[in-house]
Design a protein around this ligand. Structure first.
Ligand SMILES: NC(=O)C1=CN([C@@H]2O[C@H](COP(=O)(O)OP(=O)(O)OC[C@H]3O[C@@H](n4cnc5c(N)ncnc54)[C@H](O)[C@@H]3O)[C@@H](O)[C@H]2O)C=CC1
Ligand SMILES: O=C(O)[C@@H]1CCC=N1
Length: 255
């Protein structure tokens, strides 16, 4: 299978290109890259094809990945020519791209093969196309087909943000601890313990998240005092409003 990535040196496009090569989902000679800055001799240790423009890339590719920013889409001289298209663009609807399009929303954990990439297929996407898309997205983590394109704005707002909200919480943890006089290095260790290590207790057990919070509240110790005060001051409300603002922004990208 030949795969072309438009935006193949960007954040997501490069993570995907590198993962496709590392997992041997595609051979280097079957990977075609297009970006704005031009060809590079080395693409993650491989010699790949470089396209001159969109038309050249589409002609050389069985599957075309669209990984430019939504604001660059209107200016892109793109015609799918009946190819299977995988778009990771936030907000750009299938109808604007073509009927044999799959829209997926990965996240930055694609860099470490840990993305969650929900996707929705357009009307002309076949069973074989679906299998190809699943294989491509599996290179960067877990994939899941959804039924409604409207669900993708929610996926863009929440899992699409990847590590952003955990990073925000890490910043809050570190600011609190350093404000109390702890060295920055200790604050970093403490934030990592909470955000990266302790959170692994939830891995594969998300159905138990509410029970986990409740168990701390019922314990009635120090954590309960903190959780209840944070909730009283609007911790949950602030996140709900943040997610809603991100969802509105995703919906507005369609223009
Ligand atoms: N960064 C993220 O965490 C996520 C991004 N997305 C979506 O992925 C898409 C790509 O985003 P990023 O990788 O973050 O952006 P980026 O800015 O890092 O990469 C965009 C790439 O597009 C290329 N490009 C732009 N205009 C071009 C043109 N006319 N011809 C050829 N190449 C062109 C640039 O050279 C660059 O390589 C966006 O549509 C975004 O909504 C989706 C989920 C998560
Ligand atoms: O923040 C963004 O706009 C990108 C696109 C979807 C998630 N992250």
């Amino acid at each position: 299978m030949t795969i072309g990535i438009i935006g193949g040196t960007g954040w997501i496009g490069a993570a995907l290109g590198r993962a496709l090569l590392a997992t041997e989902t595609v051979e280097a000679q079957d990977l075609v890259i297009l970006n704005r800055s031009g060809p590079r001799e080395d693409y993650f240790g491989h010699k790949v094809q470089w396209a001159r423009d969109c038309r050249d890339l589409v002609e050389r590719s069985e599957v075309v990945v669209l990984s430019v920013r939504p604001q660059d889409w209107p200016g892109l001289d793109f015609a799918g020519q009946g190819r299977l298209v995988l778009s990771v663009m936030a907000g750009v609807p299938i109808a604007a791209i073509g009927p044999r399009t799959v829209r997926a929303i990965p996240n930055a954990a694609a860099e470490i093969g840990a993305s969650y990439s929900p996707w929705v297929a357009g009307p002309d996407v076949t069973r074989q196309d679906r299998a190809r898309i699943a294989a491509i997205l599996s290179a960067i983590g877990r994939e899941e087909e959804l039924t409604e394109e409207s669900q993708l704005d929610l996926m863009t707002a929440v899992p699409g943000a990847g590590p952003a909200y955990p990073a925000l919480m890490a910043v809050a943890i570190m600011r609190y601890l350093t404000d109390q006089g702890l060295p920055r290095s200790v604050a970093e260790h403490a934030a990592e313990a909470v955000i990266c290590d302790a959170a692994r207790l939830l891995s594969g057990r998300m159905a138990e998240a509410e029970a986990m919070v409740q168990s701390y509240v019922d314990y009635a110790g120090t954590t309960a005092a903190g959780l209840l005060e944070a909730q009283r001051l609007g911790f949950d409300t602030a996140l709900q409003e943040g997610f809603a603002a991100a969802t509105r922004k995703a919906a507005s990208l369609a223009g």
